[in-house]
Design a protein around this ligand. Structure first.
Ligand code: NAP
Length: 294
């Protein structure tokens, strides 16, 4: 068997077109565009690239982008004051504080200070609680993007056995909650899990979110499974720098029915889910029914 390659880039582009249409309708209806505020503290080059691309994508889809770049030595009080200002600003529908923050700042306190209705990264404990309770909230972007790809690839997920490898607040835990809400039977694996290969081998859906290059071997995969690879690791292969996932892609592609590549799978979905959440937050805050785009 050779797996179908799930094209996250193409899916994200199609979703982007739909988001742009919803943004245009919102702007016509309310007289203002949805607004996304992105806050960067310090000058980490990778974070600068992420922040710039989020701003660029928001503008491309017709939203307002507010970028706040603060110096490395910003105090907790100053950052919290900016978050409070953005919470109170009606032109801002989504607030994203780029993580990781410099070590002297308390990330959890900053995330907790964001109005949950504007928490487009879906990391506020209130939004995590809504997800766990099956209530509408804002969902962490990467797992939301993974779910969109799974639904697109498999349709109804009801009754399927799913394993999520990795239990971070950012990816693994919300992913497991989303799959549970889709009526999957979910195993949530982590660094203390015993017999991981055997557990992976029983799953119809494998979501890998560890950050360990190609740790999930191809021959672990159950024939016909669907594999979503969230992991990204930079490695040197044959003298060349490459980005690889948590899954041995070539080996897994021989057994799976469908698999995401790295890059070009989950990555493009993360930023588009952020755009989706910002559009959703804008509609909800305006008291309008949010369009169902996926
Ligand atoms: P994280 O916070 O470091 O969490 C990693 C998880 O993997 C932890 O729960 C850890 O278990 C588990 N783990 C570590 N070693 C393991 C092992 N040998 N067997 C099973 N589980 C193991 O990472 P994260 O933020 O969730 O990110 C995971 C990966 O996804 C990273 O490569 C990151 O770069 C990537 N990522 C990509 C995107 C994207 O848009 N493409 C977005 C977000 C993240 P414990 O809890 O027991 O320590």
């Amino acid at each position: 068997m050779t797996a179908h390659i799930i094209d996250g880039k193409a899916y994200a582009a199609g979703l982007g077109d739909k988001i742009a249409d919803s943004v245009a309708a919102f702007t016509t209806g309310t007289g203002r565009a949805p607004g996304l505020a992105v806050v960067l503290v310090g000058s980490d080059p990778a974070s600068e690239v992420y922040v710039r691309s989020k701003g660029r994508m928001a503008r491309k889809l017709g939203m307002e982008s507010f970028e706040h770049v603060l110096p490395e030595d910003t105090t907790q009080a100053a950052l919290l004051a900016l978050v409070a200002e953005l919470n109170a600003d009606d032109s801002v529908d989504g607030i994203l504080v780029q993580l990781p923050l410099p070590r002297h700042l308390d990330s959890l306190a900053v995330v907790e200070a964001i109005d949950p209705a504007k928490d487009v990264d879906g990391l506020h404990p209130v939004n995590a609680g809504y997800l766990a309770s099956g209530l509408p909230g804002l969902t962490s972007c990467t797992p939301l993007g993974c779910l969109m790809l799974l639904r697109d690839s498999l349709g109804d997920l009801s009754g399927l056995d799913a394993i999520v490898v990795g239990r971070s607040i950012l990816v693994g835990k919300p992913m497991a909650q989303l799959l549970l809400a889709e009526n999957c039977t979910v195993t949530l694996a982590h660094s203390r899990t015993r017999d991981l290969a055997e557990k992976v081998g029983k799953a119809d859906i494998v979501v890998a979110a560890v950050g360990s290059a190609e740790m999930i071997q191809g021959d672990w995969i159950r024939p016909g499974a669907t594999v979503i690879d969230v992991g990204t690791s930079r490695v040197i292969r044959d003298g060349e720098k490459r980005l690889v996932g948590d899954v041995d892609f070539a080996g897994a592609a021989r057994k799976a029915r469908a698999i995401t590549p790295v890059p070009g799978g989950v990555g493009p979905m993360t930023i588009m889910s952020l755009m989706h959440n910002t559009m959703l937050a804008a509609y909800r805050r305006a008291g309008l029914p949010a369009p169902q785009l996926w």
